[in-house]
Ligand binder design. Structure first.
Ligand SMILES: [Zn+2]
Length: 137
């Protein structure tokens, strides 16, 4: 369904109407089935698409943007305070857990689900977070 804001050329009345598609609107218009709900004139044309549809889209974009910004801040924090160990995460996590000489504040890196599971079983607390790629806007 698509909502169109329609405008009457005769009385300048504006009103909203739902159509299954833009084609349906054209079809009904050709059949003279689209008329002004105020003066019944057939000189009705599409105004801009309803802002309600646009607004909804816009809100989603905004929410995603806010979320991504928060993720970036979080990532910045992690990068600043933790050491990146990449694929060696499981090894480094065990070293950090078992080796008292290891004074590293914290690490971050990649681990498979299986590795995360076995680390958890050993009592090594790790957190998984979604990670944004630098290029991903
Ligand atoms: Zn009218």
């Amino acid at each position: 369904m698509i909502k169109y804001s329609l405008i009457c050329e005769d009385c300048e009345n504006t009103f909203d109407s739902w159509f299954s598609s833009s084609k349906e609107f054209d079809k009904l218009k050709k059949l003279k089935l689209v008329n002004c709900n105020s003066c019944n004139s057939l000189k009705v044309k599409k105004s801009l698409m309803s802002p309600q549809i646009l607004k909804k889209q816009h809100n989603n974009d905004k929410k995603i943007k806010i979320f991504k910004n928060k993720m970036r801040e979080y990532q910045k924090f992690i990068k600043k305070n933790f050491k990146y160990v990449g694929e060696n995460f499981t090894y480094e996590a065990r070293s950090l857990h078992y080796d008292p000489k290891n004074k590293s504040k914290g690490i971050y890196g990649k681990a498979t689900d299986q590795e995360i599971k076995s680390l958890n079983e050993e009592g090594i607390e790790i957190q998984s977070i979604p990670w944004l790629n630098e290029k991903d806007n």
